[in-house]
Design a protein around this ligand. Structure first.
Ligand code: ADP
Ligand code: MG
Length: 697
């Protein structure tokens, strides 16, 4: 959009300088183009009449036609309310008033049929609407065709008569002025194939819907367009990068074969095999690999990493793995060393706490090529760390590393950028992954090794604590170990500490005979490590901790995870924590402790955890609950800039749009065909205004 769309809104009839200044400030709207894209966030559907049986709690305002059966006053003092019992042929419900009772009462003759309008809520076994709008039914209003847009606005705008209706009024002027200038941005072929309505019609319908069906198609069209250009940009970025960066061809499988034939301790799962094949195809292709491996906790990412390392080493290169914390780096090191030793390969760990003299040796061995595998924290990124030939860089738990850090890894090989594997145990819904990592190739390890017993998860209230302690006692008697985790209280470190220290004390009192470890955020790294190690070795039976143990820690003998104040944790965090158990052969348990009163969302989170162990399902619920804006890593991605599409809810449209973008680029990678001219124009236009997309990768 250009020309008229760059016009300042103060020039629009009905806006003027004062309202314009307010719109600038309150809604960040400066131009016609920005205003016309201020889409309604919902519509009040006055065309549809709901039956009482159809009500559900996720409905916004609804219209109901019902007959008044009985009106009564209930309660006294400020609890006093007027209740009208109403019914249609499908059921009964209540209309309730807390204020203006006398006035309303007069308007509610028993036996009259009214249209009620408002947001339904459920109290006990009945639906109820508080302070509904109401009017007697008539032939005219039952037939009416009135579909009102609701725009987001603010108090200050409302004070200037820019409430939803006010915005709708200026929108009328705007859409009329702009209408002839609205150009199609999608190629005809795509419009046709996906049965999308044209842009002009879509803009008109989105602001002034004439029929539900057309509104629906308008929304679909605009969402599609938004996703389409997002995906197109990501895919084009990928194409450019693949062309720009050569990769060293690593195709030798000698070591892999040896490992496979003589040493591998278990049969790989099919998912592991598939992911290894995908990475191998990249590594030998001569192009640089940028691959994300998603695998739920316990899916066996370490082995996949090691096998990829073997491929690199066979082919004469070195490999490194970078983890976000020292504890994690250590665990990777221990796990991988076991395998490396079997193969007689040198492996070292480099973290902040490695002594200078030792570092020096590591640096030398890296340069000479003697050292094949290096594990570490961000200490790996220091300039002094130079490889003879780094072929594969693996990054664990991607979201904790900044993009700049990943770029530094790239610089470790001057001739060829190393192949990059990013591993994450944070399952991301596929749709979000497509966008967050749209320019990476994604592999998913979607299968757990056979024979795992699914973790049993229960939700218990604080009053059940004694029983829970009894259960813990039983498990420890069987030789198992237990985690008890407290939430991190971010606002206050002191409170945080108090929380976990209080916990520690009460646990110590409840289990006087068991050695107990405690790890919290304010402890020094060494002290933490020491306590962790005691627990790893089985010297302590209970680990009381704040969330520091969240990722990666592996103690197969631990079979119970108790999460205190579980309602305070986010879903992905709960899932990560639960993944700390269920790593051995024993039946494992996760006990979510909470207070009795929970928010609606808190309850959904806990119910979800109890219902499923599937990280992807959990991630989906999380995305729906929170929206993508709050999910890790989305802020910098531009995902939050979406105007109308919603990654949580519009996954099917996203998939279509991505397919369409892929198809288009396959036919016309540079967008130079005449029929794709509008697309190219739009891409260029967006480039001018958009966030810096290179930041994503
Ligand atoms: P994560 O994906 O969480 O990093 P790990 O790599 O730590 O998972 O693997 C979890 C556990 O499962 C480890 O003890 C590992 O040895 C074991 N494991 C991995 N792959 C398999 C397999 N194919 N069969 C059996 N056990 C496996
Ligand atoms: Mg791991």
């Amino acid at each position: 959009m250009s020309g008229i769309f760059d016009t300042k809104i103060e020039f629009l009839k009905g806006v003027g300088p004062q309202r314009a200044a307010l719109l600038n400030k309150e809604l960040n709207i400066f131009t016609y183009g920005e205003l016309i894209q201020h889409y309604p966030f919902r519509y009040e559907d006055r065309t549809r009449f709901f039956k009482i049986r159809e009500l559900s709690s996720d409905l916004e305002n609804v219209q109901i036609v019902a007959k008044i059966q009985k009106v009564e006053l209930i309660g006294v003092g400020n609890k006093r309310r007027l209740v009208a019992h109403v019914a249609d042929e499908t059921g009964e419900m209540e209309m309730t008033w807390f204020k203006g009772i006398q006035w309303v009462q007069k308007k509610l003759p028993t036996g009259a049929i009214y249209i009620f309008f408002g947001k339904p809520a459920r109290y006990g076994s009945k639906w109820s609407i508080a302070h509904p709008e109401m009017e007697p039914i008539s032939a005219a209003n039952e037939q009416r065709n009135n579909f009102q847009p609701v725009y987001s606005t603010t108090e200050k705008l409302r004070a200037r008569f820019l409430d939803s209706r006010g915005i709708s009024k200026i929108m009328e002027v705007l859409v009329q002025a702009c209408f002839p200038h609205i150009h199609e941005t999608l190629p005809q072929e795509i419009l046709h194939q996906y049965q999308l309505i044209g842009k002009q019609e879509a803009i008109r319908q989105i602001h002034f819907p004439s029929k539900p069906d057309l509104l629906h198609r308008a929304r679909k069209r605009l969402k599609f367009e938004e996703f389409f250009f997002l995906q197109l940009r990501l895919l084009m970025l990928k194409v450019t990068r693949t062309e720009k960066f050569k990769g060293q061809s690593l195709g030798n499988t000698e070591l892999l074969t040896e490992f496979y034939q003589n040493h591998i301790p278990f049969e790989l799962t099919n998912a592991q095999k598939r992911v290894i094949r995908e990475a191998f195809a990249d590594m030998k292709s001569g192009k640089q690999m940028n691959r994300l491996i998603q695998g739920d906790v316990g899916s066996g990412k370490t082995m996949v990493a090691f096998i990829c390392m073997l491929i690199a080493i066979s082919s004469g290169a070195q490999a490194c793995l970078m983890a976000p914390t020292e504890i994690l780096a250590n665990q990777h090191y221990e796990g991988l060393k076991e395998y490396a030793d079997m193969m007689g390969l040198e492996i070292e760990i480099l973290t902040g706490s490695v002594k200078k003299s030792k570092r020096k040796v590591i640096h030398e061995k890296l340069l000479s090529g003697e050292l094949k595998i290096l594990i570490g924290t961000h200490a790996l990124l220091e300039d002094v760390v130079q490889f003879q030939n780094l072929g594969l860089a693996i990054v664990d738990e991607q979201h904790r590393f900044g993009v700049a850090q990943r770029a530094k890894l790239w610089a470790k090989n001057e001739e060829f950028i190393p192949h990059v594997l990013v591993m994450t145990a944070t399952p991301i819904p596929r749709t979000l992954a497509m966008t967050l990592y749209g320019d990476l190739d994604v592999s998913v390890i979607d299968e757990l090794p056979a024979g795992r017993k699914p973790i049993q998860t229960v939700h218990r209230y604080d009053k059940d604590r004694l029983k829970v302690f009894g259960f813990i006692n039983e498990e420890i008697k069987k030789g198992r170990q237990v985690y008890i985790v407290y939430p991190l209280i971010e606002e206050s470190e002191t409170l945080d500490l108090k929380n976990v220290m209080d916990g520690f004390e009460s646990i110590s009192r409840a289990f006087p005979n068991y050695p107990i470890s405690i790890v919290n955020g304010s402890m020094k790294a060494e002290a933490k490590d020491y306590e962790m190690q005691r627990f790893v070795k089985g010297e302590t039976k209970i680990m009381v901790a704040t969330t520091v143990i969240e990722v990666g820690v592996n103690v197969p003998n631990a079979s119970v995870m108790v999460i205190e104040n579980a309602e305070r944790f986010g879903l992905s965090q709960l899932h990560q924590l639960r993944g700390r158990v269920g790593r051995g052969a024993e039946q494992s348990y996760c006990i979510l402790m909470s207070k009795y009163e929970l928010s609606k969302e808190g309850r959904v989170r806990l119910e979800t955890m109890v219902r499923t162990n599937d990280g992807f399902e959990i991630a989906d619920v999380d995305l729906k609950l929170r929206g993508p804006g709050d999910l890790m890593g989305t802020q910098q991605s531009g995902v939050t800039d979406l105007l109308i599409a919603d990654l949580g809810k519009d996954a099917p449209i996203l998939t279509l749009a991505r397919d369409a973008a892929q198809q288009l680029l396959a036919q016309d990678p540079t967008l130079s065909l005449p029929e794709n001219a509008p697309v190219l124009r739009q891409v260029k236009q967006q480039k001018k205004t958009a966030v810096n997309w290179s930041r994503i990768s």
